[in-house]
Design a protein around this ligand. Structure first.
Ligand SMILES: N[C@@H](CCC[C@H](N)C(=O)O)C(=O)O
Length: 292
């Protein structure tokens, strides 16, 4: 018999999600069901589906990732093709907004809430106009694969960066070149990273730095979702890559323009090394019922 589940649709700079609450961890959906929900013609339509599960009710594999006993909620994130990802930078802000609006959690302005994810526990702070997520440590990862994309005149070397999930960032020559890339198909990476990667194409603004803030524009092809209007972890990877290429005088604060809006990225020293934080808006736009 078909079951029905209440859902909320939300987005962060146009990266959109279907969210539903499953506090006791009883309503995990199959890959096929998740992909059907995310389908833009035959389903609700979204770049990803997010399930809110109490950490206390996770299966052993995911429970091992939640080391902080204060992380009451776990963000179970899947891409629009039903594949699992470790982290979603836009999703985690929308997730916290959803917990607050549905009364599943409380958070005073400027305070933070720890959220369990497959990349570990991440703190999300409530701001006046959105949320900021501390995405923790990052690392150069995956070398410098050659990237080929349709309408990109030549293959370019990318830079592999892991911010909880894998990214490859590619610098392009101009706004026109960025706008001309056809991302209706996944870019080819050589060698291909074993777990795949999200691929960001990035161009600096001129001048690159204004008032101590670095400025870039990017487009993204997401692993498991295709081209999206925004990718939070992608914006973080893009800012880290451009800072890496720009050298020691580059700033630690960045403004990243994506097709769906603007995100903020900040690198800062923490006890266990350098962390990177992502800030931006989170919107909930409608509610409905899933028939699964
Ligand atoms: N859009 C997200 C990233 C979602 C996961 C990604 N497609 C992956 O497979 O790693 C973001 O805002 O970070």
């Amino acid at each position: 018999m078909a079951a029905s589940i209440r859902f909320t649709k939300g987005h962060g700079t146009g990266n959109d999600f279907v969210l539903y609450a499953d506090p006791e961890g009883e309503h995990g959906l199959s890959v096929e069901q998740l992909a059907a929900i995310a389908d833009r013609r035959f389903g609700v339509g979204a770049d990803g589906v997010i399930r809110a599960v109490r950490s206390a009710h996770l299966p052993d594999g995911d429970a091992a990732l939640v080391e902080d006993p204060d992380a009451e909620w776990f963000m179970d994130y899947v891409n629009s093709d039903g594949s699992v990802s470790e982290m979603c930078g836009n999703g985690i802000r929308v997730f916290v907004k959803y917990l607050l609006e549905t009364g599943l959690a409380e958070l005073a302005p400027c305070q933070s809430i720890p959220i369990g994810t497959r990349a570990g526990v991440r703190d999300v702070q409530r701001l006046a106009d959105g949320f900021a997520a501390d995405l923790g440590r990052w690392r150069l990862d995956g070398g410098e694969p050659l990237v080929r994309a349709r309408e990109l005149p030549v293959a370019r070397p990318g830079l592999g960066i892991n911010v909880g999930n894998p990214h490859v960032v590619v610098a392009v020559a101009s706004d026109d070149e960025l706008d001309g890339i056809d991302l209706s198909r996944a870019p080819e990476l050589e060698p291909a990273p074993p777990a795949g990667a999200n691929v960001e194409f990035v161009v600096p603004r001129d001048p690159l730095v204004v008032d101590g803030i670095g400025r870039i524009r990017m487009r993204v092809h997401e692993r498991g979702s295709g081209e999206t209007l925004s990718c939070g972890t992608g914006a973080v990877a893009a800012a880290l890559a451009v800072r890496h290429w720009a050298g020691p005088s580059a700033p630690d604060e960045w403004r990243v323009e994506v097709p769906g809006g603007v995100l903020g990225v900040r690198m800062f020293a923490a006890e266990d090394g350098e962390h990177v934080a992502l800030s931006g808006p989170a919107e909930l736009v409608f509610e409905g019922e899933l028939r699964v």
